[in-house]
Design a protein around this ligand. Structure first.
Ligand SMILES: C[S@@+](CC[C@H](N)C(=O)[O-])C[C@H]1O[C@@H](n2cnc3c(N)ncnc32)[C@H](O)[C@@H]1O
Length: 315
């Protein structure tokens, strides 16, 4: 299965989990509803003709709406990135002076192409905004970031999503409680809310009250739903599983979130999918063979955890 990778990046992106999520999606005659769209990677691989895609982050929605409306096209992206990439490569302070220009321009005008630039020139493919909705991730410190091959890769990603976005796909800026009640019994809702107690930015604030509210909405929807959440890691369990979600069906699998090359940045976690319909998938790590590099990673991790425990500063 070829996974369509979206042109914007964020920590918590579900690219590697798409086949696992898709294997659980039931056959439904209605639409795909995704109230926590993020980069959109799960929706883009969903194969639905009709979709309701929403988010509280207006920059994400504006970006995809601009592609849908053909205001952003693969060729406009190429022209834009070639131009900005050239400025970046020649800018003072090892490129930083131009990164700052684009960042300030984005913060003032919220141009979706500048959003794309920041997403691809920011540190470690992270996305974070401050309380004024301004970009809050530093420069990746690579003045030659936008080489020809990198631009082509991004242009191809824009091309892929432009081909996948259907006329019946709606992009909406809204909190989840406005969207979930729109679902009918024929629809499938996929929810990937911010993980409680994990990364936080202005658009990803999430507390127990939000999780409970989401639980209430999903408990009463006539639609089928799949919720992504975390089950446990080496140090603790997600209390929301026993408190709320265990009322539904749950499957789990091991996963590593990578944000950078160091072992410290590879967070191992057991991911869960919570769902409200019958399914034959029950086993932990269903359909997944550990790859040799994952086994290596497990060995590295046990050394790393042992060191951390020695320091006794692990919660
Ligand atoms: C974990 S991310 C989704 C990641 C996505 N599945 C992906 O693979 O890229 C959660 C998203 O929910 C959005 N969000 C946070 N609180 C929300 C709320 N109350 N209603 C709707 N969206 C919200 C955030 O802006 C963020 O983009």
């Amino acid at each position: 299965m070829r996974i369509i990778v979206p042109p914007i990046k964020s920590q918590g992106i579900k690219t590697k989990l798409v086949p696992w999520i898709q294997a659980l999606v039931p056959k439904v005659s209605g639409q795909w509803i995704e109230p926590f769209l993020g980069t959109g990677v799960v929706a883009f691989n969903s194969g639905f003709r009709k979709a309701l895609l929403s988010e509280i982050n207006p920059h994400i929605i504006r970006f995809y709406q601009s592609i849908k409306d053909h205001d952003i096209t693969p060729s406009s992206v190429r022209r834009y990135l070639e131009n900005e990439g050239l400025h970046l490569s020649k800018a003072a302070e090892n490129g930083y002076a131009h990164f700052r220009v684009v960042k300030e321009r984005f913060n003032a005008h919220k141009n979706p192409l500048d959003f794309l630039f920041l997403s691809r020139a920011g540190f470690n493919g992270m996305m974070r905004f401050n309380r004024n909705g301004e970009w809050n991730i530093p420069f990746c410190k690579k003045p030659n970031r936008f080489r020809r091959s990198y631009i082509t890769k991004i242009v191809n990603q824009v091309h892929d999503v432009a081909c996948l976005i259907q006329p019946e796909w709606e992009f909406i800026v809204a909190p989840f409680e406005k969207i979930i009640p729109l679902a009918t019994k024929d629809d499938i809702i996929y929810c990937d809310p911010p993980y409680l107690g994990r990364y936080v930015d202005y658009y990803s604030g999430w507390n127990e009250g939000d999780e409970e509210k989401l639980f209430d909405f999903l408990s009463t929807t006539p639609a089928r739903f799949i919720l992504s959440t975390w089950h446990h890691n080496d140090f603790r369990e997600n209390q929301m599983i026993s408190k709320l979600w265990s009322k539904f069906n749950i499957v789990t699998r091991d996963h590593f979130y990578h944000s950078g090359g160091n072992i410290e940045n590879r967070r191992a976690i057991v991911e869960a999918l919570v769902f409200n319909f019958p399914a034959s998938i029950k086993k932990h790590n269903y359909g997944i063979e550990p790859k040799p590099e994952q086994l290596l990673l497990l060995k590295e991790r046990s050394t790393y955890i042992a060191k951390q425990l020695d320091r006794e500063d692990v919660i």
